[in-house]
Design a binder for this molecule. Structure first.
Ligand code: KG4
Ligand code: ZN
Length: 352
């Protein structure tokens, strides 16, 4: 479990009655998470129960197992988010929950918990989009705030988007993946190389000892679009593994693979920012935890780059609380018949 508390937030918010404290609940994939965030920016607690160890045995997420584990974890995780922050239910103003995209069975656990709590406590409920949550992790970075227009590179296990954001909740999807999301490509490539799940951190670790120029791997630039494709890279990686046989140097292949993904993601994000006159480049999603990607975007960009701390890049409740606050402030509310939406683009409103 990850527990994050920023004590300065506690003292600041305790005496200011106009602040809005949101409980964010997240269960879209394999992390059961809850957090308390004030005014969309001030993190009071962030509790994540990861199922990673269980899914490692099967080499990926088994949906039925995931939802069963969410059921077991959700109650304690929510209670812990309150206690870690030193708060009670009387301090909570709004409940925000991920309603999609994600695994239906997993989403249902979070949504039904949030609905039950909202009903029992008489609190407003806001259903939010998980991808939007990843973007809003950038509003939780202490001391800085994205300045619109923002180019967001959203890269995770299930998503791959370049989005132009002109204001809160205003998204123009410039590009997306034509096949795999980059996190998915990391996970599949890691399996080919005999590295453990989840593949992103394993490849990053192995790549640290490897030579990125050892195995030449293709890049799908797909210019003049802002789209991505990773299937050619995946096929080339598999061919390299097969051709090399016992002589394969997994560290070199991990480094070459990571370099190919980072090259395309960072270059396209920075080019999109230049072309659209963005004031900030914001990284979001689990793959934004990749150190090589973070460094490359910083190097290529002449302007400000916002990158949430690694614990806020992978799935968490704080990002859901943050976007929930901004949606609530914009007047959005969800009814108690809120249902899950497993396929939900960032451009679609999630509240109603
Ligand atoms: O955002 P996330 O936690 O869940 C989804 O919404 O998909 O992202 C999980 C993905 C996994 O595919 C994982 O391999 C990848 O993010 N990931 C990384 C790193 N840490 C996690 N990929 C590359 N480098 C990392 N350090
Ligand atoms: Zn995610």
């Amino acid at each position: 479990m990850i527990h994050r508390i920023a004590p300065w937030c506690l003292s600041q918010s305790r005496y200011n009655s106009v602040m809005t404290r949101v409980l964010g609940i997240e269960s879209s994939c394999d992390e059961t998470a809850a957090a308390l965030v004030v005014d969309g920016r001030l993190l009071e607690s962030n509790v994540v129960a990861s199922q990673e160890d269980v899914h490692r045995e099967t080499g990926g997420v088994v949906p039925e197992t995931a939802s069963r584990l969410h059921l077991r974890a959700i109650g304690p995780v929510v209670e812990r988010a309150l206690s870690e922050a030193g708060r009670t239910w009387d301090d909570v103003d709004v409940i925000a929950v991920t309603r999609g995209p994600g695994l239906a069975g997993s989403l249902l656990v979070g949504v039904n918990t949030a609905k039950a709590l909202a009903f029992a406590r008489g609190l407003p409920l806001v259903g939010v989009n998980h991808i939007e949550g990843h973007v809003y992790a950038n509003w939780l970075v202490e001391g800085v705030e994205p300045v619109f227009p923002v180019i967001c590179l959203i890269v995770s296990g299930g998503h791959s988007d370049i989005v132009l954001m002109r204001g809160h909740g205003q998204y123009e999807r410039l590009g997306w993946t034509l096949d795999d999301a980059p996190g998915e490509a990391f996970d599949k490539a890691a399996r080919m190389m005999g590295l453990r799940y989840p593949g992103g951190p394993s490849i990053q670790r192995a790549a640290a000892q490897g030579d990125p120029s050892r195995y030449p791997l293709p890049r799908a630039w797909l210019r003049p679009t802002w789209n991505f494709s990773f299937s050619g890279l995946k096929t080339a990686t598999l061919r390299t593994v097969r051709e090399a046989g016992d002589s394969l140097n997994a560290a070199d292949l991990a480094a070459s693979f990571q370099e190919a993904v980072v090259d395309v993601l960072a270059t396209k994000a920075v080019e999109a920012a230049r072309e659209h006159g963005a004031n900030t480049i914001a990284l979001a999603g689990g793959v934004a935890a990749n150190v090589a990607l973070r460094q490359r975007v910083q190097e290529l960009s002449g302007g400000p780059v916002l990158i949430p701390p690694i614990s806020l890049c992978t799935d968490n409740g704080a990002m859901i609380a943050s976007v929930g606050y901004f949606r609530y402030a914009a007047g959005e509310r969800s009814a108690l018949d809120l249902d899950v939406i497993p396929v939900l683009p960032i451009t679609e409103r999630a509240a109603s």
